[in-house]
Write a protein that binds this ligand. Sequence first.
Ligand SMILES: [Zn+2]
Length: 552
Amino acid sequence: MATRRADADQFVVDFPALFIAVDWIERHCRIPDGFRAGRPFEMYPWQAWCTLNHYRVRQDAEWIPDDPLMGTAFYYRRSQIIAPQKTGKGPWSATGVALEAVGPALFAGWAGRDDGWVCEDQGCGCGWEYAYRPGEAMGMRWPTPLIQITAFAEDQTDNIYRPLKSMVRLGPLSDLLRVGEQFTRIIGTEEGRIDVVTSSAQARLGNPVTYVAQDETGIWTAQNKMIGVADTQRRGLAGMQGRGQETTNAFDPTQKSQAQLTYQAKAKDIFKFHRPPPKHLKYEVKANRRKIHEFVYRGSTHVRIESIDAEAQELIDKGDLAQAERFFGNRMAAGAGVWMDIEAWKARKAPREVPDGTAIVLGFDGSDVDDWTAIRAETEDGYQFTPTYGLAGLKVPTIWDPAKWGGQVPRLEVGAAVKELMTRFVIVRMYLDPPYWTTEADAWSAEYGEKKVIRWATARPLQMQAAAERLHTDVTKAESAWSHDGCTTTEAHVEATHKLPRPGGRYVLTKPEDGRKIDASITSIICHEAAGDVTAAKLWPAKTRRRVVVRG
Ligand SMILES: [Zn+2]
């Protein structure tokens, strides 16, 4: 059966909706950037379709002047839009935020003859008027809009907030909104505002809200606490009869993301928009891939398919076909699998004291501002642990999260820890991943011996895979006696470690897309590698003989 390229004509709006919403947006919002910046934002058919569905009014919605229906006047309680990268989700979401802030976003009854919207009455100096047809659903502004633009990380909130700021700068919205870096004030309201929030804004997340734009929910997981954020925001919306909207790329079905939960939710009052490509087209086949891109980007006329092909190819060349298929092919492709069965890892937990003076090896993976820095240690009999350091009996684990140290790994602190470990234990070998730490690596080599402190670059795929396999085997094989201390950070990082498949059955270890860290897991691998190499080279020092004093 031939699949025809569907076109805009499939969008038949045969239900009541705030049609004024689309017209208001096209009148007040601007193309935020590029050569056409500043021109009116004309919605693509798929965008208008999503807007009209979100503002679909219930047939039986009643107008009660003293106590108007808010969210409950609408057919859908929330919406989810799944569309490929660069289709224009961010700017479109920004138009929704603008509408909820200062446009006709609430149901205001059914129009009679001569009913209309007059911008001048709404504090807007653009001079626009809109005449309703009799019987059409009318719109009105929220009295006090409380809006949150939400994403996992600060820079991701820019997907929506940056185009919004441009739109305000370039058009009549500047009469109505005063934009700041962190929030936007809604002029003419007492407390109306648009906030930009991430999971770190715990206090504000519990606030009552009238509208929430949640971006990239495909990487909102329980592990990165964003599922909790989504739950909290939905409670905040429910309290105000507000409504929310999710935008995302196609999600990875192994991640149990917020996007996946919404997509699979049985509730009838969620509008879902996703146009997957025809099933028979294979993303790994280049000629098919072009057809897939033409299909999923139809209607987004600013997109050049050649550049999408090129970007997808680049990701595929890096070994991430699944991510390319999700980002650009609009399909829920399963990504990299987990590296370690976390239950097997947990089963190896057997904490014990390692007395000072014990011969051990160390693994060190150093970072700078974003990733964590960690040191793990292992004994000759295969017990791995996170050592502690600190003066005056303080026991500080040797894992440093830069966020807890003012945004940067505390190098002096790390240096002090290494120094203490070198004196307290018999360090047989230390493997150290050099990036960011070459100066320290050289200094430690010079001080403690170049046969002891050895650079071990984790960026070498073959060696790294072999080391990962070595630890994996010793964790999973029944006859292995290997054990560890149950360090919770290491466990979390091991759980987050994913395998990115490479040609020829090879793989590289990688972070999951939800932003979790894996540094302590990498450290664990190179530490175990050091232990294995020392054992193979018979370098463990001879055990000190226990002196038996015979009294007699
Ligand atoms: Zn206006």
